[in-house]
Design a protein around this ligand. Structure first.
Ligand code: UDP
Ligand code: GLC
Ligand code: MN
Length: 326
């Protein structure tokens, strides 16, 4: 087991905070595997210090960028070209098998059984289920695969401008070849599923093992009131179930923040936490949605940013369905 590891990636301090919470969530559920964080040169020294406390290995890698603005614009995520950096995970050849997890994921139970699976195992992408989502996947580090992947990138690029497009084209028989490589959706549960198939979420959501805060708005985009134990912020759209979001912030404020305070010492830093202030924005449970055009709303839906607490709440969806069924 010493030659198996969970691997994540952070190219900046925001994603590094996500990686810290992910690492702590894996530790708190007593994983028996090693933890590895790949980081880019822009991750600050104090953040590196904290990562070293949580991860067994923190490895500095070059940032690879697809530079593919056309495809990234289609995905509406201009920031995701750097996810090509993820491909470095195949260079970790001192491990025989690894599980990659995005820095915006968090485990809610032990998931060591993932190591029983083979390369390339992953869960379906909620947007196009014949593609796998590259936020959680099982792989075997190999210099040969790494080189083939880089070659593939230069020759074919990526249909979404990020790693997920490349990986799906490279492991192109995933959808049809071997069902054991299809991870159950509970290993990569993104909130978009709550809105696209609410009854299924109600039936199976309680079995979630890995939560993925997929989409533009991340847990660290909000503010957390440590006293009221509430998530606050200028909430205009949401990309996660409130209970999971709260769990992320609890883990962050209780287990990561003390390490950040220690690492930063007298230096000020953005903790993301406030204490009992009325502050800006509104609390998650009472936020109001500004009026947006139906076009803009449709766009947000397509990006996985449903306003589940407001206009797209279950009650409203139900009303709409009822009106169709009448
Ligand atoms: N990532 C990073 N820096 C960035 C963007 C992404 O380190 O500026 C890494 C990080 O591990 C992140 C993953 O790449 O979780 C994929 O990006 P993201 O999670 O934002 O994509 P999404 O899952 O929302 O499509
Ligand atoms: C996806 C995945 C993410 C990946 C991105 C770019 O939505 O969740 O892990 O980096 O697409 O391809
Ligand atoms: Mn992600």
């Amino acid at each position: 087991m010493a030659d198996q590891a969970f691997v994540t990636l952070a190219t900046n301090d925001n994603y590094a905070r996500g990686a810290m919470v992910l690492g702590k969530s894996l530790r708190s559920h007593k994983t028996s595997r090693k933890l590895v964080a790949l980081i880019g040169p822009h991750v600050s020294d104090p953040a590196r210090k904290v990562l070293h406390k949580i991860f067994d290995e923190v490895r500095l890698v070059d940032v690879l960028d697809s530079g593919d603005s056309a495809h990234l614009a289609m995905l509406k995520r201009p920031d995701l070209g750097v996810t090509f950096t993820k491909l470095h995970c195949w260079t970790l050849t001192h491990y025989s098998k690894c599980v990659f997890m995005d820095a915006d994921t968090m485990v809610v139970s032990n998931v060591d059984e993932l190591f029983d699976r083979e390369e390339l195992s992953a869960a379906p992408d909620p947007g196009w289920p014949d593609c796998f989502n590259s936020g959680v996947f099982v792989f075997r580090p190999s210099k040969d695969t790494y080189e083939k992947l880089l070659k593939f990138c230069t020759e074919h690029g990526s249909f979404d401008g990020g790693d997920q497009g490349v990986l799906n084209s490279f492991f192109s028989n995933w959808a049809t070849a071997d069902i054991s490589k299809h991870l159950p959706f509970i290993y990569n549960l993104s909130s978009i599923a709550i809105y696209t198939y609410l009854p299924a979420f109600k039936q199976y959501g309680g079995n979630a093992k890995v939560v993925h805060f997929l989409g533009k708005t991340k847990p660290w985009s909000y503010t957390y009131d440590t006293k009221a134990r509430r998530v606050r912020g200028d909430i205009q759209e949401s990309s996660s179930h409130p209970a999971f979001l709260l769990r992320w912030w609890e883990l962050y404020s209780q287990t990561v923040l003390p390490l950040l305070f220690e690492a930063y010492g007298d230096q000020p830093f953005h903790s993301g936490c406030v204490e009992g202030e009325n502050g800006d924005g509104m609390s998650l449970s009472h936020h109001a949605m500004p009026m947006i055009s139906s076009e803009e709303r449709k766009l947000r839906w397509e990006q996985g940013q449903a306003d589940y607490m407001g206009m797209d709440s279950f009650e409203n969806i139900q009303k709409k369905l009822d009106s169709f069924l009448k």
